[in-house]
Design a binder for this molecule. Structure first.
Ligand SMILES: [Zn+2]
Length: 345
């Protein structure tokens, strides 16, 4: 048996409780991982309130960003991983369909995501296919740092480089600078050689965004961020605006964009419906770009960027797994900078 945080209904914190459940058994192409650390994501909160991802079912164990040690293998394929430290790509696919063959795992008909549509890392153990395991050197990198990497960083990587095709010397606007997406995005854009205008709420987060490498940090709570961003570009607008917010933010992103510039649409945290002025696109020759699903190549490249030190983990706080409700409350408060991570005790 093992301890796990099990969700048995929808609603507030009390629908999740710490229980004794059976240790999962890995399939023949899977391994069993003892969870060392697991980072929180907003989807963990959202799915506590309602099922959002196809395939979600109760009871559910959340936690998508997992680092740990391989302790058992379901077949010969995983035996070489025994005893190794791994960080998991949470997207589990068949590996054989036409979409998998095109490296578009997000469209695989059997897609399941560890921690959102199959059991995740808020538990002592989790199973994952061998091909979802990425090795890291536990001597030089901590499980907490590695657990902070996959979901947010690959989303930023995909949004800025894959979909946005950010080029050196371009100016990019990155909202939500204190979120996992923001802290990863600022670093990825800087490493690409772009000029970064970060958006954050409050002077403290703005200061930390600048410390992380943002050239400019605009306090969204101070009012007209579009005007402030345009002023920072001599009123030319940004070459790329990364909209991982959605809702009413989309029109603001378009308005902050240069003539001929691009807006990448990567998220809907502020709502799935946006109203935009058509002229703000066609008159100015701007382009709206859909984020799409990340590829396995995106994930590999993102993790390698951390392994070689090109990017670094930004950790808001670390909590013992027994304090998961407190960690979730911090996520819900919005009062954090970087990833919130739980570690096993
Ligand atoms: Zn497939």
């Amino acid at each position: 048996m093992m301890a796990a945080w099990v969700q048995r209904g929808f609603g507030g914190p009390d629908v999740v409780s710490r229980e004794e459940v059976r240790v999962p058994v890995p399939a023949s192409d899977e391994v069993l991982i003892r969870v060392a650390a697991c980072a929180l994501n907003r989807l963990d909160l959202l799915q506590r309130e309602s099922a959002l991802v196809g395939g979600f079912r109760l009871p559910h164990i959340a936690g998508m960003d997992i680092a740990g040690i391989v302790v058992a293998s379901g077949g010969v394929e995983g035996e070489s991983l025994l005893g190794q430290s791994v960080v998991l790509d949470p997207v589990v696919t068949c590996g054989a369909c036409a979409w998998c063959a095109r490296d578009l795992p997000g469209f695989c008909p059997t897609l399941r995501t560890i921690g959102s549509s199959r059991d995740g890392g808020f538990a002592d153990y989790v199973t994952a296919p061998v091909r979802n395991c990425h090795l890291y050197d536990a001597e030089s990198l901590s499980a907490v740092d590695m657990a902070s990497v996959p979901v947010a960083s690959v989303t930023a990587w995909r949004g800025l480089l894959g979909a946005g095709k950010l080029e050196p010397g371009e100016t990019v606007v990155i909202p939500g600078a204190g979120s996992g997406l923001g802290t990863a995005g600022i670093q990825i854009a800087r490493a690409r050689g772009a000029r970064v205008i970060a958006l954050a709420s409050g002077s403290d987060k703005c200061m930390r965004a600048r410390e992380l490498g943002a050239d400019v940090a605009i306090d969204r709570s101070a009012g007209d961020w579009v005007g402030a961003a345009r002023a920072e570009t001599s009123d030319l607008g940004a070459d790329l605006v990364w909209d991982h917010v959605g809702g009413a933010f989309l029109q603001q992103a378009i308005d902050a964009c240069a003539i001929g510039g691009r807006v990448v649409m990567s998220g809907t945290t502020a709502g799935n419906d946006s109203t935009i002025r058509n002229t703000s696109i066609f008159h100015y020759g701007r382009t709206l770009i859909g984020h799409g699903g990340y590829t396995r190549h995106d994930m590999q490249a993102t993790i390698e960027a951390y392994l070689c030190g090109k990017l670094r983990a930004v950790i808001d706080s670390v909590w013992d797994v027994t304090a998961l409700p407190d960690a979730m409350a911090r996520l819900e408060s919005g009062n954090f900078f970087g990833k919130i991570v739980i570690r096993s005790v």
